[in-house]
Ligand binder design. Structure first.
Ligand SMILES: Nc1ncnc2c1ncn2[C@@H]1O[C@H](COP(=O)(O)OP(=O)(O)OP(=O)(O)O)[C@@H](O)[C@H]1O
Length: 628
């Protein structure tokens, strides 16, 4: 179908004609025309959000991505051979996780199948992620179902992910750059995506309800213990505390209510929905056969159930503690001088109310440190991070200080609380403070000096107490000298400065590698590095600091088979900097590390994550003499 025909069809649908498209597509086209006022004749390139915004979106989605990761990787392995790429988007439609064949990177990025792409309907027109967010249903948007002509080569299938309280929090999508003409070719894709989402939601429910009774349901006893269709959690008083989306639909159907109203289900007695009391429900454990665990639902249907007992809440305290719980400060880094010094300063400064300025290149962990300071300080309020570079100049004051009703055109009728107020009793983290516009600097100074905030358009100030930690990758002192940063604000923010070293200067790279391997491992499965891959990482200069290392390990974790990261799994630019080290060349690998450490055996052993005796044994075995 040509460009002109596509536009004509959309216009006909807009005028009420039936052109044979699926109802979900027709409704989405109408939203594009009527609600978002999009013009089908105006082709738009894919929108990719800035790195800074992407970071914020990814941080907010961190927990979900962590839980979803093994499901995503498994699904990707199933579909990668047919050239699908996989996207996970947050509830704003921004892609926060992406798995695809890096050799198609350019084409995928252009088509918007990439990290940071914005697939919300008002931005991108009818598309699978956007329509899924708008309807809450799994669906396929195939080729010319797309509203925007730029996207019509694509075929995309998406399913919504709901949290345990019934809110739509993310969308899982698999997409093809080119696909067969028939839409029915994607039915299998929809089935795969939906069943992955079901498993992700189940894992999420299990992780969130360790201390509640979990009930899993299936229509047939054979699948009950292996692949249940729905699950809910119930507390000791018999009230429903959480559910998967399947659970939400089951409970809603039981009472004839709309599944889109989770508030009518959460917090209600479970016995309102089933013909059984709490003790009967709790007795449906694996002690009896699945076919004997029948349960009657109040709408007259019959299901099979599996009850999983809550985990014991009380843990006996051992007389001798063998392992100390990891304190926040210990997460700062390995035991090396630079980091031990930092640890000492954080321990002293964090409990005080002093404003702290964090300096360090991008990716050195300034926000990570700010969160640790917040934890160590023990304040009860929230940690609120504001990226001063990411907020448009004209919005920064209303974002920070809030506004009163009717403060400006486009303001919410009720007015809005600012981020400073959100941080009351907690920590306000001002990231990239050097990028704050001059006018906003003056207002921030007043807030800090007077301890009260005046919302935009308001006349009554509100008293607030909060801790300020700010960060900049640019030397703020120099900016003050150059006149681009207010000196008085600089002094207010900078009662103490903590500097974060560049990754290549820290000296605890092996410690960081191990932490990041733990961070990116799928639950219950240790992620390891092959010796050659470790050498490559140890020899890289890491200009992007810990963030670059973190991304490289996340990338490799997504790519590697069987939890062992090989050189080929690492991002290409790393492999390109490879000295001749391969698993087939253990001798070269060992020599490369030794030479990087100027022949210092203890240091080389530390970098390889082995002890000195093992290092000596390996050197002897490989015929490498002691360096002189
Ligand atoms: N000590 C650490 N241990 C483990 N991970 C860390 C550590 N420090 C930082 N990271 C990780 O490295 C990444 C980058 O850290 P962070 O965002 O704090 O850097 P930043 O200095 O604030 O960057 P930018 O200046 O670009 O905002 C994050 O994913 C963070 O979790």
């Amino acid at each position: 179908m040509g460009f002109a025909d596509h536009i004509k069809e959309i216009e006909r649908v807009g005028q009420g004609s039936n052109t044979g498209r699926d109802a979900l597509v027709v409704e989405s086209w109408r939203r594009c025309l009527e609600t978002y006022q999009l013009d089908p004749a105006e082709a738009r390139e894919a929108v990719i959000v800035s790195q800074a915004r992407l970071r914020e979106h990814r941080q907010q989605a961190e927990d979900l991505v962590h839980i979803a990761r093994s499901g995503l990787e498994r699904l990707y392995r199933q579909v990668a051979e047919q050239n699908y790429v996989l996207l996970l988007s947050d509830q704003q439609g921004v892609t926060v996780e992406f798995l695809g064949d890096p050799s198609f990177n350019n084409n995928l990025r252009k088509a918007g199948l990439y990290l940071g792409s914005d697939w919300s309907e008002p931005r991108a027109g009818t598309c699978a992620v956007g329509a899924c967010l708008a309807t809450g249903e799994p669906l396929t948007i195939h080729q010319t179902d797309h509203f925007d002509i730029t996207h019509t080569p694509l075929s995309c299938t998406a399913a919504p992910i709901y949290d345990t309280q019934g809110a739509l929090v993310a969308v899982l999508d698999i997409s093809l750059l080119s696909s067969p003409i028939l839409k029915a070719s994607q039915n299998m894709a929809r089935h795969l995506v939906s069943s992955t989402v079901r498993r992700i939601e189940l894992a999420n429910l299990m992780a969130n309800s360790r201390h509640d009774l979990v009930l899993r349901f299936a229509g047939a006893p054979e699948f009950l213990d292996v692949d249940p269709e729905a699950a809910i959690s119930v507390d000791g008083a018999g009230l429903i505390t959480g559910m998967t989306h399947g659970g939400a639909r089951l409970l809603a159907a039981s009472r004839g209510i709309d599944w889109r109203q989770p508030e009518r289900v959460i917090g209600q007695p479970v016995t309102d929905f089933f013909e059984a009391d709490l003790d009967e429900l709790a007795s449906l454990t694996r002690a009896s056969l699945p076919q004997d665990r029948r349960i009657a639902v109040r709408d007259g249907s019959v299901l099979f159930a599996h009850a999983i007992e809550p985990q014991q809440r009380v843990v006996a305290v051992p007389l001798v503690r063998s392992v100390q719980p990891e304190s926040a400060i210990s997460r700062l880094g390995g035991s090396v001088d630079a980091i031990d010094n930092l640890r000492r300063k954080v321990a002293k400064l964090a409990p005080s109310a002093l404003p702290i300025l964090l300096q360090g290149e991008t990716g050195t962990g300034k926000e990570y440190l700010a969160r640790i300071i917040h934890e160590v300080s023990g304040v009860s309020g929230r940690f609120v991070a504001v990226n001063c570079a990411a907020i448009p100049e004209q919005l920064i004051e209303s974002e920070l200080f809030g506004y009163v009703p009717g403060a400006f055109t486009g303001a919410l009728a009720k007015g809005r609380k600012g981020l400073v107020e959100e941080a009351a009793g907690g920590t306000l983290f001002l990231d990239e403070i050097g990028d704050m516009p001059y006018a906003a600097q003056s207002r921030l100074l007043r807030v800090l000096a007077e301890g009260e905030v005046l919302p935009v358009g308001g006349s009554v100030a509100r008293k607030l107490e909060f801790r300020v930690v700010s960060a900049s990758h640019r030397p703020l002192g120099d900016m003050v000298a150059a006149g681009s940063f207010r000196q008085d604000l600089f002094y207010r923010l900078n009662a103490a400065t903590l500097s974060l070293p560049r990754l290549c200067q820290r000296g605890d790279l092996p410690w960081l590698i191990d932490r990041l391997l733990e961070k990116h491992a799928a639950p219950g499965r240790a992620l390891r590095l092959s010796p050659a891959a470790r050498v490559l990482i140890l020899n890289h200069s890491w200009p992007g600091n810990i963030r670059e290392l973190d991304n490289a390990i996340a990338f490799a974790a997504a790519l590697c088979e069987s939890c062992l990261i090989e050189i080929a799994d690492l991002p290409e630019h790393l492999a390109g900097s490879s000295p001749d080290t391969g698993d087939d060349h253990p001798e070269a690998a060992l020599r490369a590390v030794l030479s990087a450490c100027h022949g210092n055996i203890s240091e080389a052993a530390r970098r390889l994550g082995i002890d000195r005796t093992t290092m000596h044994r390996r050197m002897r075995r490989l015929g490498i003499g002691r360096p002189h």
